[in-house]
Design a protein around this ligand. Sequence first.
Ligand code: FAD
Length: 433
Amino acid sequence: MSKQDVFDVSIIGAGPSGAIAASLLMQKGWSVCLIEREHFPRFSIGESLLPHCMEMLEQANMLEALLSNAEKLGFQYKNGAAFHRAGKDCHFDFVKKFTEGPGTTYQVKRAEFDKLLADEAQKQGAEIRYGHTVTDFSSDESGTLLSVDGPQGNYQVKAKFTLDASGFGRVLPRLLNLEKDSVLTNRKAVFTHFKDNMSETSAGKDFDRNKILITVHPTKADVWYWLIPFSDGTASIGVVGEQHYFCNEDGSELALEDVLNKYIHEDANLSTLLAKAEMIAPVRTIGGYSADVTSLHGQNFALLGNAGEFLDPVFSSGVTIAMHSAMLAADVVDKQLAGQAVDWQENFTVPLTKGIETFKHFVMAWYETSLQEVIFFSDEDTQVKPMICSILAGYAWDENNPYVKNTKRRLNVLADICQAEKDGVTTEHETQT
Ligand code: FAD
């Protein structure tokens, strides 16, 4: 029989959800082992955090490490989101949000960010096995068994509970047949890093590096770009759309670099901003990322972050949802291991899904374009803007916010109002001219 190690909790993957969960569980006194396939630092996409993340980093005693290393690691202070569509600009200042809590955060290089969090978890006592891959899983009433391929061969990790934080690896959804199609349309992203040299361009002189810039393609409303600046003069840029947008007329795929160049060229603002930019990383792509599961928990296991449901990159909600899921799960695992009665559906799935659904309605309304109308129409003086702003800042679980409590209905009403006002303005304008 192969070697068997024993822990209170085993965690598959040492990304943000795994590291935060590990820290919170160790604070409660449980022994934790993280099994991580890669060696850190390793590249990962998902570089723009939302302010709500700062609350979870604080709970995990990792905030100080982030703040004191941010500058050295090129992390960019972030205080909001800017939007651009065909010559029109608007922005949301996260400090002016409805919900209480931090109003600023960072845009991070994920290789360094994920390593920072994993190192903090390790300092707090977690055992992390880098270069080890989980290949199988079983569970019974007493606990779980992971089968792991490590440098010395296959071995087993026994635990009372397992958290799957394997991201797009989606280890337990695949092994346990929990995969379910997402209701969202599957799209593709093509992205890279630039030395942006934006301060040397005419548009770049006024560019606000403290905000992510989301640009809607001037003629294809369901194609958008991110521009995420870092503090060291580099930036991440990506374009997102359905697969067919990235093909030649004969259906063959365009080369990735051509996709990026073509789309940047098609937006006047971005092409001016990036006129002097130099590519410093390979152009990468990821597609088919929207995913769902039939259940977020089962016998002695639960799914965190991307291993559960992943929506879409447009509102940078991924790391926030991943950390929020870790926070909720750590609490329930702690109670279960302490012998208390727990209800995973009521105590984990229902509260987690609340925020995911809020973001999901935002994502759907964005691609249906009604939310784009709201965003580009948003009036600084209304009471509504801080409520929308709260959700964009990651506070998607605050049921005091009417746009969390009743997202779909409220957004529909708001979109209708914006449309009516827009039509009114257009009519007035047309009458004048
Ligand atoms: P991950 O960060 O993916 O970590 C999972 C870890 O598990 C990895 O280190 C992996 O190596 C490990 N693993 C996988 N399989 C195994 C195995 N078999 N055994 C052991 N280890 C394993 N989110 C944002 O918040 N902001 C953004 O700006 C943003 N932009 C995005 C852009 C795109 C195009 C996409 C697709 C996503 C974006 N996201 C963004 C989402 C973000 O990338 C994820 O939501 C986030 O990384 C999820 O964290 P996680 O901890 O669940 O998983």
